[in-house]
Design a protein around this ligand. Structure first.
Ligand code: BES
Ligand code: ZN
Ligand code: ZN
Length: 478
C-alpha cells in the first residue's frame, strides 16, 4: 500500500472526517461556513470517541465517514491511529481501493501508522481468498507539508508489519534455520554486518545455557548478531536483544496442550529486534545498533534437558534448571552476556518471558525493568508517545534472594508457587548483564491480540518496534 498526501480539492471517493465532541470541524473542509457536525443532528452523530456516521454524496465525495474524537482536551495521538484503522476497515467494507483521511498535520505520522497497520492482513496461508479487495492507496488530507511525517510513519509501521508477518509463521515454517535466513536477507538488503554462531561455535564458546535448551530439539540453535553502522566507531552503540524460541512446548516440564499453538509467538523478541533494525536502517538514524538474538525450539525428547540439570553459563555462573519451561531466561543469559561484551551504552532485551506478566498487567502494558532510572523514564515516555505502553516493575534484592541456588549459583525459577515470578525472571536476567545499562521488556501479554483491535487484526502485533526506535532516537539526541 502507498500512503501520500492530498489536498481536499484533489481527493475523491471516500473521506474520513474527524470531529471533537463540540461539533467544530478539526480540518477545514468547508472553510467558508463551518457547519456543526457537518449538519447532522445530535442524534445522528455526537462526536463521542470512536463514534461514526456515514453521509452519502457530501461535498462531492462518494461517502463521508464522520469520526468522533471525544473532548479536545482529552485527545491522545493514538485516537488518530484508531481513526485511521476505522478508515481502512470502512474502505475495505466498500471494496474501495483507496481512502482519504482528513487530519491535522501533527497527526500525520500517527494516521499513517494506523493506515499501514490496519491494512495488514495475513492471507498468505489461504489457498483462495474471496471477497477481499486490499487497499492500494491511502491519502492523508491535511494542511501544510506532511511528507516527512508520512514517510516516518510508513517506515515504522511497515517494520512492525514485517515483524507481524514473520511472527505469524508457525513453527514448521519459521524454523530456527529459517529465522537465520530472515536475518541474512535483512543484512543483505541494508548492508549490515552479520555473525551467526551455530551449535558448534556455541559449544566452543561454552554457551551451555543456550545449548541445554536446544538439546531436546532435532533442529539447530543460533546466536545471530546484526550490526548497523558497524564501522562508525564514533557513534554510540546500542544493543537490542531478543528471545527467539520458535516453539515453546515447555520441554520435559511440558505445557498443557490447550493454547499451546500460541507458543509459535515465543520468538517475538527476536523478530522485534529484526524489525527495530529494519526501521533504524531505513530511517538512517545516527548511532550504531546491534540486533542480537538466539533462536531454537524448546522440545521434550530422549535427549532433552531435565529438571534438576545444572549447566555452566557462558559467564561462568552455574544454573540449576528446575523447570525446563523457564527456557527464555536460559537462552537470554548467554545472549545478554555476549551482547554486553561488545560494551553497548544501552542494552534493551525483549522477551515473551512470563505468563505471570499477563496476570500482573493483562494484555495492555509491557512489563519493564531497568538498572538505570534515567533510561527507565525515557522508555516510559516513549511508551506513552507510541502507545506501546510500559509499566516499571522492581528489581529489589529480596527477589534476587528467591533465585539463589542450592547446589549451583542461581536457579531458573523462584518458588514453585510462582510468587512474583515476572520479577524473579527479570532478576535472573540481571545476573548476566554485569554493569551494562539495561532494560528488560516482558512482552508476554502483548505479542498477539486474541480479538480485533482498532488498528490491528487478530494475531501477531509486532509491538515493541515503535517503542524501541522512539527510545533509541531520543537517547541518541541527549
Ligand atoms: N514462553 C513462556 C511465557 C509465556 C506464557 C508467554 C504465556 C506468553 C504466554 C515462558 O517460556 C514460560 O513458559 N514461562 C513460565 C515460567 C515458569 C515455569 C516459571 C511461565 O510463565 O509459566
Ligand atoms: Zn517456557
Ligand atoms: Zn518461552
Amino acid at each position: 500500500m502507498i500512503v501520500s498526501q492530498k489536498n481536499l480539492q484533489e481527493a475523491k471517493g471516500i473521506l474520513v472526517l474527524p470531529f471533537f465532541d463540540d461539533g467544530k470541524q478539526v480540518v477545514s473542509v468547508y472553510d467558508d461556513k463551518p457547519i456543526r457536525f457537518a449538519g447532522l443532528s445530535k442524534d445522528e452523530f455526537d462526536g463521542k470517541l470512536g463514534k461514526t456516521a456515514i453521509m452519502n454524496d457530501k461535498f462531492g465525495f462518494r461517502k463521508v465517514l464522520l469520526y468522533g474524537l471525544g473532548p479536545e482536551k482529552e485527545f491522545q495521538l493514538d485516537f488518530a491511529r484508531e481513526m485511521a484503522g476505522a478508515a481502512v476497515r470502512y474502505a475495505l467494507s466498500l471494496k474501495s481501493k483507496d481512502v482519504n483521511v482528513a487530519c491535522k498535520k501533527e497527526w500525520a505520522q500517527s494516521v499513517t501508522e494506523g493506515l499501514v497497520l490496519a491494512s495488514y492482513k495475513c492471507i498468505k496461508f489461504k489457498s483462495k481468498v474471496e471477497d477481499y479487495v486490499p487497499l492500494e492507496r491511502a491519502y492523508v488530507v491535511s494542511s501544510g507539508n506532511a511528507k516527512a511525517e508520512i514517510e516516518k510513519g510508513f517506515i515504522l509501521a511497515s517494520a512492525q508489519n514485517y515483524v507481524r508477518d514473520m511472527n505469524e509463521n508457525p513453527a514448521n515454517i519459521a524454523t530456527p534455520e529459517k529465522v537465520v535466513e530472515y536475518a541474512k536477507d535483512l543484512a543483505k538488503q541494508y548492508r549490515l554486518d552479520i555473525e551467526v554462531l551455530d551449535k558448534d561455535k556455541l559449544a566452543k564458546k561454552k554457551m551451555n545455557a543456550i545449548l541445554g535448551v536446544n538439546q531436546g530439539s532435532v533442529k539447530g540453535a543460533y546466536l545471530v548478531t546484526l550490526t548497523y553502522n558497524a564501522d562508525k566507531r564514533n557513534l554510540p552503540l546500542y544493543a537490542v536483544v531478543g528471545k527467539g524460541i520458535t516453539f515453546d512446548s515447555g520441554g520435559i516440564s511440558i505445557k498443557p496442550s490447550k493454547g499451546m499453538d500460541s507458543m509459535k509467538y515465543d520468538k517475538t523478541g527476536a523478530m522485534v529486534s529484526l524489525g527495530v533494525m529494519k526501521a533504524v536502517a531505513e530511517l538512517k538514524l545516527p548511532f550504531r545498533l546491534m540486533s542480537t538474538f538466539t533462536v531454537t525450539e524448546n522440545m521434550p525428547s530422549g535427549s532433552a534437558q531435565k529438571p534438576g540439570d545444572i549447566v555452566t553459563s557462558y559467564l561462568g555462573k552455574t544454573i540449576e534448571v528446575l523447570n525446563t519451561d523457564a527456557e527464555g531466561r536460559l537462552i537470554l543469559a548467554d545472549t545478554l552476556t555476549y551482547a554486553a561484551e561488545k560494551k553497548p551504552s544501552l542494552m534493551i532485551d525483549l522477551a515473551t518471558l512470563t505468563g505471570a506478566c499477563i496476570v500482573a498487567l493483562g494484555r495492555v502494558r509491557i512489563g519493564m525493568f531497568s538498572n538505570d532510572d534515567r533510561i527507565a523514564k525515557i522508555v516510559y515516555d516513549s511508551g506513552e508517545r507510541t502507545y506501546e505502553k510500559v509499566w516499571r516493575l522492581p528489581l529489589d534484592k529480596e527477589y534476587s534472594e528467591m533465585i539463589k541456588g542450592d547446589l549451583g549459583d542461581v536457579r531458573n525459577i523462584g518458588s514453585e508457587s510462582g510468587e512474583g515470578s515476572t520479577i524473579t525472571a527479570a532478576c535472573f536476567l540481571k545476573e548476566f548483564v554485569g554493569e551494562t545499562k539495561w532494560v528488560h521488556l516482558d512482552i508476554a501479554g502483548v505479542d498477539h491480540v486474541t480479538s480485533s483491535h482498532p488498528y490491528l487484526d487478530k494475531g501477531a502485533t509486532g509491538i515493541g518496534v515503535r517503542l524501541v526506535v522512539d527510545c533509541l532516537e531520543n537517547l541518541a539526541k541527549k
